[in-house]
Design a protein around this ligand. Structure first.
Ligand SMILES: C[S@@+](CC[C@H](N)C(=O)[O-])C[C@H]1O[C@@H](n2cnc3c(N)ncnc32)[C@H](O)[C@@H]1O
Length: 229
């Protein structure tokens, strides 16, 4: 099965294993792909909504993968028992929702070898939560699909909270250290975004000025990153 480059970027993070759970599976393409490629032997395709579960079930049937992929209906990790699978994927949702799914399913999360996350909004909120909760970031990747950037974060439960400079919640330290081929343009995009917000603040009130100062500081930190790339 052909999948988008975003989904491929997620799949690339998964090493050969016995079982995975895809939380918020929707179409079920990632578990189907992982089974077809022989990356995992068994998969759970789970979703909170009946529509997506039925869609996944139809796609799984179409690809003759019913023996290897089980569909389950329910929120977050509630459909998976601790130690039932080796790996989980939570992709295509906002950073806040991904954070809440981990928090609510912490016993399952603790039992996993690792989890692959792909936030579509607020990756900074998710990264702050990950570091400040003490989880280990094993790897990160960045891809561009239909002109949009997507971050993929591979984490594992641990209990060593760290506080990073806010700029490293915006742009991953790991992507910077490995000089990821897309990281420079990603930093430039962030600078443009914050410059635009800065220029659109016309209010002279104290709150607006403080916001402008924070934006200016963030842009300076991002520009500093560019010097090292
Ligand atoms: C935009 S789709 C992403 C599908 C797929 N994971 C991907 O990356 O292409 C988000 C899916 O997450 C499901 N979802 C939202 N909140 C959820 C939750 N708390 N637990 C499980 N699934 C959830 C939605 O029903 C929807 O099917």
């Amino acid at each position: 099965m052909e999948i988008s480059s975003r989904l491929e970027c997620i799949a690339k993070m998964i090493e050969k294993c016995d079982s995975i759970a895809d939380i918020g599976t929707d179409h079920g393409y990632v578990p189907i792909y992982l089974i077809e490629k022989g990356i995992c032997k068994h998969a759970i395709a789970s979703d909170i909504n009946m529509g997506p579960v039925e869609k996944a079930r139809a796609n799984i049937k179409h690809e003759n993968a019913e023996k290897s992929i089980e569909c389950r209906l329910g929120p977050g990790f509630s459909t998976v028992k601790p130690r039932e699978v080796n790996v989980a994927i939570i992709a295509g949702m906002g950073g806040n929702l991904i954070r809440d799914i981990i928090e609510e399913g912490i016993q399952v999360f603790k039992s996993l070898d690792y989890v692959v996350l792909q936030p579509v909004q607020n990756p900074d909120v998710l990264r702050k939560y990950i570091y400040e909760s003490g989880y280990i970031v094993l790897d990160e990747d960045l891809c561009k699909d239909e002109n949009k950037y997507y971050e993929v974060i591979k984490i594992k439960y641990n209990n060593e909270p760290k506080v990073l400079s806010d700029v490293y919640y915006e742009v991953s330290k790991i992507l910077l250290e490995k000089k990821h081929p897309l990281v420079k343009e990603y930093v430039c995009l962030k600078i443009k975004k914050y410059d635009k917000i800065f220029n659109n603040i016309n209010d002279s009130g104290e709150g607006a000025q403080s916001r402008k100062n924070n934006l200016k500081k963030m842009v300076m930190k991002l520009e500093g990153m560019l010097e090292c790339l």
